[in-house]
Design a protein around this ligand. Structure first.
Ligand code: GLN
Length: 485
């Protein structure tokens, strides 16, 4: 290992730089991977960001080093280690969704994204902690215990991809994969002071992602920089015949992202995103970031988006309806948790689901069945679909005028541990800024933009037109250029 590059430096280095050092022969994937695995083993008891550590990671890295040496692997992220959220199937490695229900589930196949990161030559460090079945905003509903935010004592890392965001923030992974159904990449990225991209719906295959709400779920990257997220997006995007909603995507031009100029670009700020209920510090930091873009030559305008009022009910009705249908497959018969003492088939179903699922998951299954039941279907589910159409119209109108829409990722910075689960409604309200984006399938990036008075990171959300990841990541990269974070 080159003398210049010591252990601490490697842990702090971004993914693309690690890739470059490996390609130029200054480091090997084996060296980098063992530094990360050792750090995870030594440090992660503080954060609980991983559920499973990949014991064969160093061995995998050695094989990849050979392929890099022989010229078989040449991609920008070849040899770079990565953490993967535990709801993304990894062949032969526990994929628990942080649930007792899947605490014995070893998938016989890789998710498409896992296949793609392996083909790039990335090395899986392990599987990261999350809210059970990705339902939550704090990573406290995990069967494996809560994850701790590395940025603040006694603070939640956000959720549901809290383990992925915390692993990157704690320098226990240079980059990670998360999933976002209503904010689960962006909000933990914001709480942990890292960058997270929720791609356009359909650009990244959902094959092998354990389904929560299929019309909203999307896999995406969490990294130290916007350019890293762009590079990982390029690895995982593309058409997949195994995902019926796959739309594919062209690759992002990394050079264009790095040199992106915001001059003349139009930014829209919804008044409701900066209104009541948003913390003063959050508002101030996002306003300062927007002012920076304005000083760089962007044109900034505010506009009204009253439909935001319906964001939370629309999201929770659709998400729970789809979740109760998706989760009906866990019955103790085919796979997953099965109690020892079931007396007959009905008893097996009841006990498997009663004992296998946690509180929040059960709440959502009940809510979902309620809104779909005859007699209530029109009053709730159909209304939510009507509201979805109006939200889409509001964004279509906004994007006829603006290149990007900017606001906060969340109304607050990282919440105190142990304070959210007792009041689920309050927790749901914290999703106000993120859920709309999933309802209409848009891409959005969460970028750190300073701290609140207690030193906790604030996140700015940059939302783009469908398939325009390049522009939102360009804005993010432009902001990060001077080391702003
Ligand atoms: N916090 C939201 C929820 O609880 C979003 C979760 C997600 O994106 N997976 O549903």
């Amino acid at each position: 290992m080159a003398d210049m590059i010591n252990r601490e430096d490697i842990l702090k280095t971004d993914a693309l730089t690690i890739g470059k050092l490996i390609r130029t022969g200054e480091l090997t994937s084996r060296e980098v991977t063992s530094v990360f695995i050792d750090a995870i083993k030594a440090e992660d008891s503080k954060y609980n960001s991983y559920i499973t550590i990949a014991e064969d990671a160093v061995e995998q890295a050695e094989k990849i080093d050979e392929k890099i040496r022989s010229g078989e692997l040449t991609g920008p992220l070849a040899g770079v280690p990565i953490a993967v959220k535990d709801n993304i199937c990894t062949k032969g490695m526990l994929t628990s969704c942080a649930s007792k229900m899947l605490s014995n589930f070893i998938p016989p196949y890789d998710a498409t994204v896992v296949k793609k990161i392996k083909e790039e030559g990335m090395v899986i460090l392990g599987k990261t902690n999350m809210d059970e079945f990705a339902m939550g905003s704090t990573t406290e509903t995990s069967y494996y215990g809560p994850t701790v935010n590395p940025c603040g004592e006694n603070r939640v890392p956000g959720g549901s991809s809290g383990g992925s965001a915390a692993s990157v923030a704690a320098d226990l992974a240079p980059i990670a994969l998360g999933s976002d159904t209503g904010g689960s990449i962006r909000q933990p990225a914001s709480f942990c002071g890292v960058t997270g991209l929720k791609p356009t719906y359909g650009t990244v295959s959902r094959y092998g992602l354990v389904a929560f709400a299929s019309s909203l779920d999307q896999i995406g990257p969490i990294g130290k920089t916007a350019i890293d997220c762009a590079a990982l997006f390029n690895v995982i995007c593309g058409i997949d015949e195994r995902d019926q909603s796959s739309a594919g995507s062209s690759k992002i031009d990394l050079e264009a992202v790095s040199s992106f100029d915001v001059k003349g670009k139009k930014i829209g700020i919804p008044n409701e995103y900066m209104g009541e209920g948003i913390d003063a510090d959050v508002k101030a930091r996002v306003t300062e970031a927007v002012k920076f873009f304005e000083d760089e030559g962007a044109i900034v305008e505010t506009f009204d988006m009253p439909i935001i009022e319906y964001a939370i009910p629309t999201y929770y009705i659709i998400a729970c309806a789809e979740a109760c249908s998706n989760l009906s497959r866990y019955d103790g018969v085919k796979y997953g948790f099965r109690p020892e003492d079931a007396e007959n088939l009905m008893d097996l179903y009841i006990k498997s689901r009663s004992e296998g699922f946690g509180m929040e998951v059960k709440r959502r299954i009940m809510l979902g069945n309620f809104v779909l039941s005859s007699g209530y279907y029109d009053a709730y589910y159909n209304k939510a679909l009507q509201s979805k159409a109006l939200i889409k119209k509001a964004f279509d109108e906004a994007f006829a005028k603006y290149d990007v829409v900017i606001g906060p990722v969340a109304p607050t910075t990282a919440l105190k541990a142990g304070e959210s689960l007792s009041d689920p409604l309050k927790m749901y309200l914290g999703d106000i800024c993120t859920v709309l984006i999933n309802i209409v399938g848009l891409p959005a990036v969460s970028v750190p933009c300073g701290n609140d008075s207690e030193g906790l990171p604030v996140g700015m959300q940059i939302i783009g037109k469908h398939f325009d990841e390049q522009t939102i990541l360009g804005f993010a990269a432009n902001w990060q250029k001077g080391g702003r974070s």
